[in-house]
Design a protein around this ligand. Structure first.
Ligand SMILES: [Zn+2]
Length: 503
């Protein structure tokens, strides 16, 4: 099974490069830096669509967007705790000097979750199991060093500054402006979509682990009382989510579909506001086009959570290439962040609550990555290839596909190219690809291979009847449609408001 996953990973990576979704690691022509990738001509269009889906749902829930600098001074990261606590344990081979992430090494050789082990615990395990260097089979130096995951640079002549390792911390900093903007009305939510940087030791998993990546994180600011007294919850409390609690994990049980109402009454979830944020992250991942049967929520173990976090769950998606992978983290960060920034900046970041008492607000965070859902969609779409033929059909959700419609005159003569131009005029608002070279079958295949959901073909009858055929990617079925109806029809199909069978 493991072998199959590895094959699938490399096959998919090759495909994504050939079809202009993902290039890299970059720069390819000079010799690459691990963990840096480019979104190609199809990939960038698709990534924009994913970001816009996330943006659309955040906005429709009255979340407001901000954009903050990628670089901040050291004190910000002292306050956030990243400078001290955000690091990976590394270990050296005494013979070949290769450097490894010690927790990953234990994870791969012993199949245990070693993320949160202390230095001494890691050393003990390496001794006990006599683990040797995977490269040369030499012995390890029995000393763990902590490698800071933040990237450092300088501004001016020699002022050290850091590239942000997450968008979240920067989002807190203009807190006083938010209070002014929202006129003190609580709760309020702010989100940011942008790049973040992590100095991973040896990233090898394509878009799953990058050194430069895109996040979409939201922060809901509220008082502790509001978490229990959260009216939006009433509308969604019957919704059933696939929850894999800490207890189920420890007892080796599978996740279960549980209603939010039940999860709260059984204290699986701690409060209504948190439950609502969990629900929202589920709505977003489905809106992007991930199917329900590939999604679960995994609760963090109490010793796995950040020390300030009251509750954390990961939304995970089951991939063909890597198994279950975290896409989103939902955390109750309590009032840790604003308290820390108040302390380090010496500014008053408290507000008056309903009783006139000074309080520091709590934050519930939805931390989306953009790159991982992007990869997940392609991983899941690529699986449906037709094994016996060389043809690949990329079954991407229509609203995420980079090219929305192919426009194809059957032949390059007899007035068909001219008629095709007339059709194109009506389709300006869509992302189209005009293709008149090669047999019609070859052209369909090329568009299927990059996930284009619909193709329009102009033939001899089009000139007489002012109609065209529209072909659906997954079924290969075709229907005859009047040119004047095309625009509205395509809009409905692409937004998934209408199914092809209903035409
Ligand atoms: Zn070695």
């Amino acid at each position: 099974m493991e072998r199959n996953k590895k094959d699938f990973q490399s096959e998919l990576a090759k495909y994504l490069s050939e079809k202009d979704f993902v290039y890299g690691p970059e720069p390819e022509i000079y010799g690459p830096l691990a963990g840096f990738y480019s979104y190609g001509l199809n990939g960038k269009a698709m990534k924009n669509k994913i970001e816009n889906q996330i943006r659309k749902i955040f906005k429709s829930n009255n979340f407001f967007e901000v954009e903050l600098p990628l670089i901040s001074p050291q004190i910000v990261w002292e306050a956030s705790g990243h400078l001290k606590g955000f690091n990976d344990p590394i270990i050296n081979c005494s013979k070949c000097k290769a450097v490894f992430r010690a927790d990953k090494l234990l994870n791969e050789t012993l199949e245990i979750d070693a993320d949160h082990l202390k230095n001494e615990e890691i050393i003990d395990l390496i001794k006990k199991h006599e683990i040797h260097c995977p490269s040369c089979n030499g012995r390890f130096n029995l000393e763990i060093k902590r490698q800071c995951l933040m990237m450092k640079t300088t501004i001016g002549i020699d002022t050290p500054v850091y590239l942000r390792p997450e968008t979240a911390t920067t989002t807190y900093l203009p807190f006083k402006h938010y209070i002014n903007f929202f006129r003190g009305k609580l709760p309020f939510t702010v989100f940011q979509i942008g790049k973040a940087f992590r100095n991973e030791i040896s990233p090898r998993q394509n878009l799953i682990r990058m050194r430069e990546f895109t996040q979409a994180e939201s922060q809901m600011f509220l008082t502790k009382e509001m978490k229990e007294n959260f009216s939006l919850y009433e509308k969604i409390k019957k919704v059933v989510l696939p929850l894999w609690t800490e207890k189920m994990q420890k007892e080796n049980k599978n996740f279960e579909k549980i209603s939010l109402e039940k999860a709260l009454s059984e204290k699986i979830l701690k409060n209504k506001a948190y439950a609502w944020n969990l629900w929202l992250s589920y709505e977003i991942i489905k809106a992007i086009g991930i199917k329900e049967d590939k999604i679960r929520f995994r609760q963090h173990f109490s010793d796995e959570r950040a020390f300030y976090s009251d509750d954390t769950w990961d939304l995970e998606v089951e991939l063909n290439s890597f198994g279950w992978i975290e896409m989103v983290g939902i955390s109750d960060r309590t009032n840790y962040d604003l308290s820390q920034h108040a302390k380090f900046s010496k500014q008053d970041l408290s507000i008056k609550d309903e009783k006139g008492k000074d309080v520091i607000l709590d934050v519930i965070e939805i931390a989306f990555g953009v790159d991982r859902p992007f990869y997940a969609l392609l991983d899941l779409a690529f699986f449906r290839r037709e094994a016996d033929e060389q043809r690949t059909v990329l079954s991407l959700p229509s609203k995420i596909a980079p090219i929305e419609v192919g426009v194809l005159p059957l032949v390059k003569k007899d007035g068909m190219p001219e008629k095709a131009q007339e059709v194109l005029e009506k389709l300006k608002e869509f992302v189209y690809l005009y293709d008149d070279s090669g047999s019609i079958g070859k052209r369909y295949s090329r568009l299927d291979a990059i996930g284009t959901p619909f193709c329009i073909t102009i033939d001899g009858d089009s000139l007489k009847n002012d109609d065209v055929t529209i072909r659906e990617r997954d079924s290969g079925k075709q229907k005859r449609v009047k040119i004047k109806d095309l625009k509205n029809l395509l809009k409905e199909l692409l937004n998934e408001e209408k199914r092809f069978e209903e035409i």
